[in-house]
Design a protein around this ligand. Structure first.
Ligand SMILES: [Zn+2]
Length: 202
């Protein structure tokens, strides 16, 4: 009960959103007014957001499930449901918001114009990287992927869009950067071999 109360206390600080039931998906978070694309809907920088951070091994030793219970915030750093708003935000493969973690907490950013009464969603894959986490998805979006997996499994154009909007975990963005560097290096060494081959045949 105290857990529920602490969650509600947190929510009352967010003036422009509300918690309500969503058909078939438990609770969700909704916009109480319109928001322009790029605007910030929620700022939660109370400083308690990272309390209880733990490694995957620690979480699993305590009986928590990677896909069901944990929110990834670092390469091997996870949060349990922690009385924050993001515990209630549902996933969509075509989300209208994104989360941006900050040193003191997080912000929720509108990825497109949002009307009063719209359910707020974000793409869970923007905070999953380097783990075998997989959830099935039936979000109903036209571009629904059917599964929610690691960021690196998303189409490259979608990855670029989230990265450009700054709504991807820093550990996720770093992994994506490393992958891009490795791809470039591979392409370069491939080109080097070809160039060498041409030089010999010339
Ligand atoms: Zn989906």
């Amino acid at each position: 009960m105290s857990d529920v109360l602490s969650r509600l206390k947190k929510l009352t600080k967010c003036l422009h959103i509300y918690l309500a039931e969503t058909p078939g998906r438990g609770f969700g978070i909704f916009a109480a007014r319109a928001f322009a694309q790029g605007s910030t809907l929620v700022v939660d920088e109370d400083g308690d957001y990272y309390a209880g951070e733990m490694t995957l091994a620690e979480a699993q030793a305590r009986g928590y499930d990677l896909s069901q219970d944990l929110f990834q915030i670092g390469t091997d750093a996870f949060l349990l449901p922690n009385a924050n708003l993001d515990d209630f935000v549902n996933h969509s493969c075509d989300p209208n918001t994104g989360l941006r973690l900050t040193p003191a907490g997080y912000r929720m950013i509108a990825l497109r114009a949002i009307a009063q009464g719209d359910e707020l969603t974000y793409d869970y894959s923007t905070y999953i990287s380097g783990t075998p986490e997989r959830m099935s998805c039936a979000c109903g979006a036209a571009n629904c992927r059917g599964t929610i997996g690691a960021f690196e499994t998303l189409p490259p154009a979608l990855q670029d869009r989230y990265l450009a909007a700054g709504v991807v975990g820093r550990f996720v963005a770093a992994a994506a950067r490393n992958a891009a560097i490795q791809d470039a290096a591979r392409a370069e060494s491939g080109a080097g071999v070809r160039a060498g081959g041409e030089a010999v045949s010339a």
